[in-house]
Design a protein around this ligand. Structure first.
Ligand code: ADP
Length: 484
């Protein structure tokens, strides 16, 4: 096949200016397979000097890339997409090993990531300006969209492939060049994405990847936020780190896209079709073992449906298959690392000590935490306020719509929300009232390249995906033609 490519599975070098490079310090750090706790390779432990080189390479590349047409950028992105989609089985194995996702989910992530590259390869040709109506006859008002410059893309471990693909494809389509800093737990997918930009013939310096250990990352992040050569940052990760970056970006008034934590409410109303609700619960809660920012975090069930929902949910949960990641029937893999495992375990223990009942699960062996359902959860439990990021369902009852909306909005974050109702008027009332950026109605899987992904309140700033996803990477320039 034309686009088949023998790529390296676990790169041991970073990627700057189309070159595979070590850290200037020659230091490296190991990356573990969460399923075996064995190292799968080492990558360069880069610091500010290495990052400065990457930023400079991206800045040089921008001087050329910004003059390409949308059609040319579309061609590169389409070529990248072709290489990636032609090699998806091998790429899925990288996710499986560095992130611990079962094979079917790893493949789904490749598909999802590639869908952004394909989408933005088309969108690159449609970044149009506008001619606005002038209030006076001798002036004409033009609005042009221009790429902002070099962007730094900082990504988390839960979608090591798709989030690099989502951010980079929008940035590149807009005419920006990028420096990617993947999560220290999962750098390999980003490095292989880089290799595929080489296969696809991208110009030098347009796409760079800097790898850094947990220790070096804060300094690298700080340089990205303060360097005058960087025009913007796009970050997906924890709310805490998002706040640090927001602060740091203030010194240079950088463009900033933040996609931070969620605390998604999942509400089942009296009119709901419980089978649809259970299906939605399974997909929104157990995908990636609950380690997604759009995962349902608090389940509010109308008291008339509570027993039916619990019974049917438990039946589905008992059918989840845990363990062998290569088995296509497996749904649940390990949590990413010990810290994440300890967090989930502590939250469940705290809830149980305050009166929550374990209907199933409630324990595990590192790093495999069992799918868990907790009943009788109350707002004084830590698990009610914290993003669990694990395979735990917290069940609460409610009596009326007002109470459900009030509890759903009782959080500082607002990324996704899910409601189940067959009452059309209620659907419009509740979707209007929920303080979230994205709302699934009778649906638990809402992500795709065509939608504006993002949140309100402390869940972030900006949107990724859809034609809105280009906005983070473009400036609007107004040009007035006068004396006409
Ligand atoms: P998590 O808690 O899920 O690991 P983080 O927000 O810590 O989420 O990590 C998301 C990304 O942010 C990773 O690439 C990580 O290396 C990076 N990161 C962590 N701390 C900082 C920091 N101070 N500055 C910049 N990036 C950071």
């Amino acid at each position: 096949m034309k686009f088949h490519h023998h790529f390296r599975t676990f790169h041991n070098k970073a990627f700057i200016n189309n070159q595979w490079v070590n850290a200037l310090s020659q230091k490296t750090f190991p990356v573990m397979n969460p399923a075996t706790s064995e190292p799968i390779g080492c990558v360069p432990d880069m610091n500010v000097d290495d990052t400065q080189h990457a930023i400079e390479a991206a800045q040089d590349a921008f001087q050329i890339w910004k003059h390409t047409t949308g059609q040319e950028r579309s061609f590169y992105l389409r070529n990248w997409y072709n290489y990636l989609s032609c090699n998806k089985e091998g790429l899925a194995q990288i996710i499986l090993q560095e992130c611990g996702k079962p094979i079917k989910e790893s493949e789904a992530e490749i598909q999802y990531g590639n869908s952004f590259i394909e989408f933005f390869s088309n969108e690159a040709r449609r970044i149009h300006g506008e001619i606005l109506s002038s209030p006076v006859p001798d002036k004409k008002i033009f609005v042009e969209k221009q790429p902002i410059g070099v962007v730094a893309l900082i990504t988390p471990w839960n979608f090591p492939y798709a989030l690099v693909a989502r951010k980079a494809s929008a940035a590149l389509a807009a005419g920006c060049t990028c420096v990617v800093k993947p999560a220290e737990d999962t750098p390999f997918s980003a490095l292989t994405l880089a290799e595929m930009t080489q296969a696809a013939g991208f110009p030098d310096g347009v796409f760079n990847v800097v790898t850094s250990s947990r220790e070096n990352t804060p300094k690298v992040g700080s340089l990205m936020c303060t360097s005058p050569l960087v025009a913007g940052i796009s970050f997906t990760g924890s709310t805490n780190v998002g706040k640090i970056l927001y602060k740091q970006c203030s010194s240079g008034i950088k463009r900033l896209g933040l996609e931070l934590g969620g605390d998604a409410p999942f509400i089942v109303y009296a009119s709901a079709d419980v089978d649809k609700a259970v299906k939605g619960a399974m997909s929104s809660k157990f995908r990636s073992c609950g380690q997604t920012c759009v995962a349902s975090n608090r389940f509010f069930i109308h008291c008339s449906k509570y027993d039916e929902f619990c019974g049917k949910l438990l039946e589905q949960v008992s059918q989840l298959k845990i363990g062998d990641l290569q088995d296509r029937a497996t749904n649940i893999g390990p949590l990413i690392n010990q810290a994440q495992y300890d967090k989930v375990s502590t939250l469940v223990q705290d809830a149980v000590s305050k009166g929550a009942r374990v209907l199933t699960g409630g324990t595990g062996t590192p790093l495999l935490y069992q799918p868990t359902v907790l009943a009788d959860v109350t707002p004084d439990m830590q698990i009610y306020k914290k993003e669990v990021f694990g395979p735990v369902v917290n069940l609460l009852r409610f009596k009326d719509e007002e109470e459900s909306v009030c509890m759903a909005n009782d959080t500082l974050t607002g990324l996704a929300g899910y409601i189940f109702s067959e009452d059309v008027a209620q659907i419009f009332r509740v979707t209007k009232m929920l303080e979230v950026g994205m709302c699934g109605v009778n649906e638990g899987a809402i992500s795709m390249a065509e939608i504006p992904f993002g949140g309100v309140k402390e869940s972030g700033i900006g949107r990724e995906g859809s034609h809105y996803g280009i906005d983070d990477y473009t400036y609007m320039k107004y040009i007035c033609i006068g004396s006409l």
